[in-house]
Design a protein. Structure first.
Length: 124
């Protein structure tokens, strides 16, 4: 559903996901091209009506966890731009030129090992 949102609503939603929760003014301050306070509130209310955002005590937050939203967005990106290949997507990310920290490299090695073990177990 997120990909069908208008550009500005998607931007507001993505900012709210990064913040994990926030006020309309906090979201407004994080926009790349700020809107009026009432426009941000209107978009947050629309997102709430669509079931993507909840509101309590003046704070807005995504209904789904940020991790769940990120996984869905990443799955769509991999399917769209990398023909469904996580390996091609990972190779592209690694080719962006940023150095990995030792912790990041270890986490990637562990994820690769777990993926290989899972696939080997599925073939048996």
């Amino acid at each position: 559903m997120i990909e069908s949102l208008p550009r500005r609503e998607r931007e507001v939603f993505e900012i709210l996901c990064r913040m994990e929760s926030g006020t309309a003014s906090g979201v407004r301050a994080a926009l790349s091209d700020p809107l009026s306070d009432s426009a941000v509130r209107t978009m947050l209310t629309r997102l709430e009506a669509k079931g993507l955002v909840t509101r309590a005590d003046g704070l807005f937050k995504p209904v789904q966890s940020t991790e769940a939203v990120a996984q869905g967005a990443l799955r769509r990106m991999v399917d769209t731009f990398f023909a469904g290949s996580a390996a091609n997507a990972a190779t592209a990310l690694l080719g962006m030129g940023q150095r990995l920290t030792p912790d990041e490299a270890a986490a990637l090695e562990k994820a690769i090992d777990e993926a290989l073990e899972g696939k080997a177990g599925a073939r048996k």
